[in-house]
Design a binder for this molecule. Structure first.
Ligand code: BDP
Length: 609
């Protein structure tokens, strides 16, 4: 069972939430497998699911834990489901998991940001308690997405800790992990809708929607697709597992002016309903033409943020209240877009973006694919210091496999969302070696082939990816730039020199042919919310605004610039270190989602743009 459809109750489907307090046990001694923890955990420790496990405890050994975290819960499954397929659905388990059901291994999954199913149909004990144990592992390696490593820290003599492992992320956000998204129990018909795909085409006042329904199971069924408008009126209907729906006139989905049709898919046998599923779908087209990004044939300019799923206490855990607050702030400030830096976000965020008309650059967790020889990761990125080559060595083959799987799963999960207008296939990778170029070609081709809507593809480029370095950026349908002029490059009193350099680089990009649209996916300054200073200094709120003024001037001077997504929406947690004051402070909002001075600058600019 591999369906990625979002779990929904319908006439034929049952969904039960397994969220709540689960038993948990951290495998400090790496003994869980040998001691049979899959059959049940001896532990009094309870932990909420969904959430990152890291920020609940008062002892660092939990927050920084590297290894296997075992979770357990129980569920009674009713006999009335006997003729159904029964599955567990994990919206995500970070970064990998093995699932045991009544002691038997029923699924495993690599990659911590997309859903997977565990089919348990054959193992259910009806009307009895069934035990679910999940072994989650949060370690990073050179073949994991995201990328990083695990080191062992030597302990002083006499210490009782035998072996202490520590995670070294190759990226600038905390390696939150665990069962971070909802877990559900599903009962589906034996013959069911496995997948559903739509592709839109404008046709005068109307639209043609080509659709495909994938069916699982052996029974012969007839497929019906019905489309309803927001008032509940039926506007189209088609029969067959694939076909074309004509909606005329159509109300298109537009930026900050969303309209969603309800697509109902029915499988029937002699007039009897076998399965039913529905999805809210926005009808729109997206393409790149010359230096323009065209939504429904009209140019759009992206205004918004690089974000993180990150908040107090629950870390990267699904937090619907935070999701709501973030959308309200984005609307208030006049944004229309964001990038899911640096991993696929919770499904509910895309549903909200569909509903609110936000444009999303959807990013796979390919981050940390760049190494600097000397300096700490976040001091190197963005400075132009030459990184060392990355795409060589024995770990690249497993990395390539994981990366291709991650792209396939991302596209399968998100392909019908109107909000998703582009795929970002890497963040700040190494781009100068020949090995990089080969690797890129394959990932970019895979994305093109897998996406039924053929959305534009890109990757967020670090400073070492320059106009002269044509190893990789030629694969992009549009360019996305991470640039820290005025921060890592010539910050403070030197900001005028930063502007000069910035313009030189922009002139060079402008001279490239053919020209493509360019979107800034990162620019920013760390800003401590308590600091004010006149005249400004770096880290003060005044300086964040000055940097924004400088960048805005540059963006406005180049007509191929088609968007600005500042880094970051809100302050977020990172590893500890000399370059970070309890996290990255480049937020326009604090981690508690209150505005800094720069928020008012951006609100004014974006409302007028
Ligand atoms: C960029 C990374 C981003 C970092 C940012 C920064 O893409 O993840 O948080 O720099 O240094 O290199 O703030």
């Amino acid at each position: 069972m591999e369906s990625m459809l979002y779990p929904k109750m319908t006439a034929t489907r049952r969904v039960v939430s397994l969220d709540g307090m689960w038993k948990v046990k951290f495998d400090f001694e790496e003994e869980g497998a040998a001691k049979g923890w899959k059959d049940g955990l001896e532990s009094d420790d309870l932990i909420p699911v969904p959430a990152s496990f890291n920020d609940f405890y008062t002892d660092k050994k939990y927050r920084e834990f590297a290894g296997d975290i075992w979770y357990e819960t129980e569920v009674v499954i009713p006999e009335e489901w006997k003729d159904k397929e029964v599955a567990l659905r994990f919206a995500a388990a970070t970064h990998r998991a093995v699932v045991y059901f009544n002691g038997a291994e029923v699924a495993s999954h690599e990659g911590g940001f997309v859903p997977f199913l565990a089919d348990v149909t054959e193992r259910v004990r009806w009307n009895e308690k069934n035990r679910i144990v999940v072994k989650v592992n949060n370690e990073l390696s050179k073949s994991s997405l995201p990328n990083g490593s695990v080191i062992e820290i030597p302990q002083p003599e006499g210490s009782d800790a035998r072996k202490v492992k520590m995670i070294r992320p190759g990226f600038d956000f905390f390696n939150y992990a665990g069962l971070q998204r909802p877990v559900r129990l599903l009962a589906l018909p034996k013959t069911s809708i496995d997948d559903f795909t739509v592709v839109h085409e404008l046709d005068g006042e109307g639209a043609r929607v080509s659709y495909q329904v994938a069916i699982r199971g052996s029974e012969k069924v007839e497929t019906k697709v019905l489309v309803y408008d927001e008032a509940g009126k039926q506007v189209a209907e088609a029969n067959g597992a694939e076909g074309v729906l004509s909606i005329n006139p159509v109300r298109l989905w537009n930026v900050r002016d969303a309209y969603l049709y309800r697509f109902v898919i029915r499988l029937e046998q002699d007039g009897q309903l076998i399965d039913e599923y529905e999805e809210e779908i926005g009808i729109r087209t997206i393409e790149i033409k010359g230096i323009d990004i065209l939504l429904n044939g009209k140019p759009v300019y992206l205004k918004g943020f690089g974000k993180h799923e990150d908040s107090d206490i629950v870390g990267r855990g699904y937090a619907p209240g935070v999701i709501k607050r973030d959308f309200e702030l984005m609307k208030w400030i006049g944004a229309n877009s964001f990038r899911t830096s640096h991993y696929p976000y919770s499904e509910e965020i895309y549903q909200m973006a569909d509903r609110e008309g936000f444009l999303v650059i959807d990013e796979v967790a390919a981050v940390g694919f760049l190494h600097f020889s000397s300096m700490a990761m976040f001091m190197g990125a963005g400075t132009g210091i030459k990184p060392t080559s990355f795409f060589e060595g024995p770990e690249i083959e497993p990395l390539r496999k994981n990366h291709l799987a991650a792209v396939r799963e991302l596209i399968q999960r998100d392909k019908n969302h109107a909000c998703v207008i582009a795929w970002s296939l890497f963040n700040e990778p190494e781009t100068f070696s020949e090995a990089a170029s080969r690797y890129f070609r394959e990932i970019f081709e895979a994305a093109r082939e897998l996406d039924p809507q053929k959305r534009p593809r890109t990757f967020a480029m670090e400073k070492s990816c320059s106009p002269e370095n044509v190893g990789c950026h030629q694969y992009c349908d549009f360019l996305t730039m991470n640039r820290y002029y005025g921060w890592y490059i010539k910050g403070g009193y030197e900001i005028a020199a930063a502007e000069v350099e910035f313009r030189q680089e922009m002139d060079a990009w402008g001279a490239l042919t053919p020209q493509r649209p360019m979107v800034f996916t990162e620019y920013g300054t760390d800003t401590y919310p308590s600091e004010h200073k006149l005249p400004s200094v770096m880290w003060s709120q005044e300086y964040q605004v000055e940097m924004l003024e400088m960048c805005s001037r540059v963006f406005d001077s180049y007509e191929f610039v088609k968007g600005e997504q500042i880094w970051n929406f809100a302050d977020f947690q990172t590893v500890e270190g000399t370059g970070r004051v309890n996290g990255n402070k480049k937020g326009v909002f604090t981690r508690q989602r209150q505005p800094k001075e720069s928020a008012f600058f951006l609100k004014k600019r974006w409302e007028e743009l």
